[in-house]
Design a protein around this ligand. Sequence first.
Ligand SMILES: [Zn+2]
Length: 151
Amino acid sequence: MKEQTLSVKAIENGTVIDHIPAGEGLNILHYFALDQLQKCITVGFNLKSGTQNYKDLIKIEDVFFTEENIQQIAFFAPQCTINIIKNFEVIQKITPTYPDQVVGIFKCPNMNCASHGEPVKSHFYVKNKNNKTKLKCHYCEKIYPFEWVHK
Ligand SMILES: [Zn+2]
């Protein structure tokens, strides 16, 4: 654990997303187009982790996510920790929670849905019932279990 920490340079100001499930780090990079920000980004994929078997980690210098962005990260990595760094100190640790609505991440499982074939972003309302997350499509108004809806 200590070696891992040492192998990745500490950042002065910025955001560290830790405990991302292995494989989701790349999805987060692409979704937020982080590689196009022209900021210094350090990524670690498939790092050994004490609490999960493998994890991804992203460090972005001089970038702070909005509350909306943080909620969106929940769909990629609901168990992750988002560390806000100022002057080399972690000033805030956030575990993201699902937003009420989600736009542009998922595809509607209904192939007849108007969101397919139209130049519109997918749009779902997030519902939590009995600890199950469900997504209701804005366009076809059908409700899907979270597991049915794919990025
Ligand atoms: Zn739909």
